[in-house]
Design a protein around this ligand. Sequence first.
Ligand code: SF4
Ligand code: SF4
Ligand code: FES
Length: 304
Amino acid sequence: MAQQTAAASATKVRLKILRGVGSDAASERYDTFEVPREEGMVVLNAIHYIQTNIDPSLSARWNCKAAKCGSCSAEINGRPKLMCKTRVDSLEGEITVEPMKAFPRIRDLVTDVEENWRVAAMIPPFTPRADASKDWRFFQRDVERSREFRRCIECFLCQDVCHVVREHKADYIGPRWVVKAASLDMHPMDGLNRADFMKDKGGLGYCNITKCCQEVCPEHIVITDDAIIPEKERVVDRRYDPLLLLYRRMRRANPLLWLYQRMPRSQKQVEADTKSALKVVFWGLLLAPFVIVPLYYLFLSLLG
Ligand code: SF4
Ligand code: SF4
Ligand code: FES
């Protein structure tokens, strides 16, 4: 009997699929299906088999079947994954497939991700630097910084796994959109500072860097380390760095600084230059006594 069961599981894949219509709790149920196992089979193949041969009413979204369109996102055994990239032989026993829980369900495995387009429209768009030359020449190494973020396929698995998006939807734009903002902020020809937006409307402070989002990204974007943390650092620089706060106060009162800012330089460059200059002054003042006092005593000893 045990041998028969093992033989059946070698030739069949058993799927437990959460079904339902919209937010109607009464329509929610798990249906179980068995489909023939095939070599190299992914979960989406099993879903297609069910739709073609067992239950054509099962709803699922897909498009490319090549892990590039970001349509087939779901929760497989409780973990956000692309159905077309998840091989059934990487999973043991019965496979549970559920829709993404961070978004409202439309039907079965299809969710409504429209909220994302509203958030996308909020992000201040690419704005060329004031000093941008006509042919936009910049170094390859500057391009590399934001290239990683352009691999995003907008599958929204990172949004799905983020506990802050699930629990504070209205307040935090979520990891996908921090990646988007970072790609703009790190573009070598962009001249806008999005730190105020990220702090006030983006709710970046809600992210507590658990790194769950980067663990599920099918494009292996290092979301927290490469996008979220640098964006948080920009917010700290802009809103809490005492040297930059001092600079802004001085800028209001000092015509020379006002003139410097009128020179054709981007706001980001001005702030970076000023920060470096203020750091030199700060450390200079701090270390000066340790240099001046010994020199003074050396001078006195030479005199006398
Ligand atoms: S690191 Fe931040 S954005 Fe990513 S899952 Fe955790 S709280 Fe959400
Ligand atoms: S950052 Fe990664 S997980 Fe998030 S939407 Fe883009 S590809 Fe998907
Ligand atoms: S069908 Fe396109 S990513 Fe899965």
